[in-house]
Design a binder for this molecule. Structure first.
Ligand SMILES: Cc1cc2nc3c(=O)[nH]c(=O)nc-3n(C[C@H](O)[C@H](O)[C@H](O)COP(=O)(O)O)c2cc1C
Length: 319
């Protein structure tokens, strides 16, 4: 999620779930191929399985960007056909691509020809006054013909004019039924649903209804422990116990020390940790201590431990 997630966030999320597939925020193919912004591809080896999401609409350039992603070690290259921001529309990529399924198919073909890792697509159910009932199956048929085997569908339209990117994530109504109906139309496609999913109960219900995957964005960011800690056992059926929020904080300390040693700032990492104790006693003190202190010049692991002590104290007071 652009401006929210980054490699530090993914490192934390990977501590909470060994199995969940993690995605980068959208990285544009012009930035990589023309701008040479290869630093955008950097990640920690512990983050696997990890997908690189690309934004773009030029098949040749996307193929080159996919090669850069493959060389960097990503497990999957995903094409963004869902982002409605102005910035993205001006470059003809993101949700506006829902209007040109043939071009998306060309992009998929070019990327698949260039790399041997999975090439996948994330899309909307339509944009503007398109009729999702016809647009979505046509879009899926074309990209499936081009060899795309996995698609994540954000189950709402995007309005390219008149709604802000934020409104485009909440205002157009969700149509989960349409996504579920695609299950029968495209039995060979690996289909994941996205949009408005806030619990593992909901995720399990979609899987029970026949979908292959569930993508969770904002809830996983705001409340990572609730969403990710149970995912390995409940969704992936693994037996291994995952780290809980406290254990994840302790496991972040060496990572934080490394980051600081390389000249990084504490807040760059801890901003992703603020939601770790969401809904638990001490959560407010945790957030306050980190938000107020992490920007200080000498802030380091000691501040994180101080904040963690406040959580423990909060739990003791309740108990
Ligand atoms: C701040 C922010 C940035 C986002 N950036 C991206 C992005 O880079 N690529 C993408 O596919 N979706 C992006 N999204 C959309 C989410 O991936 C997701 O489709 C949307 O929020 C609906 O799912 P949710 O209700 O689980 O959050 C972003 C969402 C937010 C809140």
């Amino acid at each position: 999620m652009m401006d929210w997630t980054d490699r530090h966030c993914r490192y934390l999320h990977r501590l909470l779930s060994r199995e969940a597939l993690l995605y980068t925020e959208m990285v544009t193919s012009p930035a990589l191929v023309r701008g040479g912004a290869l630093h955008l591809l950097a990640f920690n080896a512990d983050e696997h399985p990890l997908a690189l999401q690309l934004g773009g609409s030029d098949p040749v350039e996307l193929a080159a960007a996919a090669e850069l992603g493959r060389d960097a070690g990503y497990d999957e290259i995903n094409l963004n056909c869902g982002c409605p921001s102005d910035r993205v529309q001006s470059g003809t990529f993101g949700a506006v691509l829902m209007k040109d399924a043939a071009l998306v198919a060309d992009c998929v073909t070019a990327m698949r020809d260039a790399v041997d890792v999975d090439v996948t697509v994330k899309c909307r159910i339509g944009v503007d006054d398109q009729d999702p009932e016809t647009v979505l199956p046509d879009f899926l048929a074309r990209i499936a013909d081009a060899g795309c085997e996995r698609v994540t569908i954000h189950a709402r339209k995007a309005w390219l004019k008149g709604l802000s990117p934020k409104e485009n994530r909440d205002v157009p109504p969700l149509d989960y039924d349409l996504v579920l109906r695609m299950r029968d139309r495209f039995p060979a496609l690996h289909l994941s649903v996205n949009g408005g999913i806030t619990s593992l109960d909901q995720a399990e219900a979609f899987l029970a209804a026949g979908l292959d995957g569930v993508m969770i964005g904002r809830s996983a960011y705001h409340d990572p422990a609730t969403i990710l800690c149970g995912a390995d056992q409940r969704i992936y059926g693994t037996q291994a116990a995952c780290l809980d929020a406290e254990q994840a904080v302790l496991a972040m300390l060496p990572y934080i020390e490394d980051h600081l040693a390389q000249g990084g700032k504490l807040a760059q990492v801890t901003r992703h940790m603020l939601g770790l104790f969401q809904g638990r006693p001490g959560a407010r003190a945790w957030r306050r201590i980190l938000s107020e202190g992490a920007h200080r010049k000498d802030a380091g692991p000691a501040l994180v431990l101080e904040a963690l002590a406040a959580v423990t104290e909060g739990a003791r007071n309740v108990g």
